[in-house]
Ligand binder design. Structure first.
Ligand code: HEC
Length: 155
């Protein structure tokens, strides 16, 4: 019994090690590029969210910079970042659900919703804290709406 448990444990360890190696090998350049944009979204949303929550002192200049960066990021053409066959069922190292490729108009609409929310933030961020707070909800909702439908849960 004890021996069997040990075997099972070492088997799991090997599977985990292999899993990591495979995920790394399959890293697709388009996946790297699109997750990098997502990381830049998060990086710029960070200070805006912290100011909205009161975790960071309001700074009109820093808020404007972050909002302007977001406004540039949503303008990037992403058509080369989502090639067929780069969904989570086809390759490892991505959380993009196959539903993306079955509902492209809806995905684009969700991207548009983010762009609109970001434009509103660009106008609000440098005005005052109340305006920034008012623009925050729509951005969070736009990110969340798309993730809920089109991104696999973190593993
Ligand atoms: C139109 C859909 C959509 C919108 C809008 C969207 N995301 Fe994403 N996001 C995705 C998908 C799909 C993935 C998974 C991509 C992959 O793993 O290939 C993802 C992944 C991420 C990741 C993980 C990146 C990584 O390194 O694995 C972060 C962080 C993220 N998004 C942040 C954001 C933030 C912040 C916003 C809003 C400002 C946002 N996203 C808006 C679809 C979206």
């Amino acid at each position: 019994m004890r021996k069997r448990t040990l075997l099972a444990v070492s088997g799991t360890a090997i599977a985990l090690a292999l899993g990591v190696a495979i995920a790394h090998e399959a890293d697709h350049p388009a996946v790297k590029a699109r997750t990098s944009i997502m990381q830049l979204y998060a990086n710029n949303l960070g200070p805006l969210g912290a100011m909205a929550k009161g975790d960071m002192a309001y700074d009109a200049d820093a808020a404007s910079k972050a909002a302007n960066n977001l406004a540039l990021l949503v303008q990037l053409d992403q058509s080369r970042l989502w090639p067929q066959g780069t969904d989570a069922d086809s390759i490892s190292g991505t959380r993009a659900l196959p539903a993306i490729w079955q509902n492209f108009p809806d995905v684009a609409e969700k991207g548009q919703a983010l762009a609109q929310a970001v434009n509103a933030m660009q106008a609000a961020a440098g005005a005052d804290l109340e305006a920034l707070r008012g623009a925050m909800g729509a951005i969070g909702k736009a990110c969340g709406d798309c993730h809920e439908t089109y991104r696999a849960p973190d593993q």
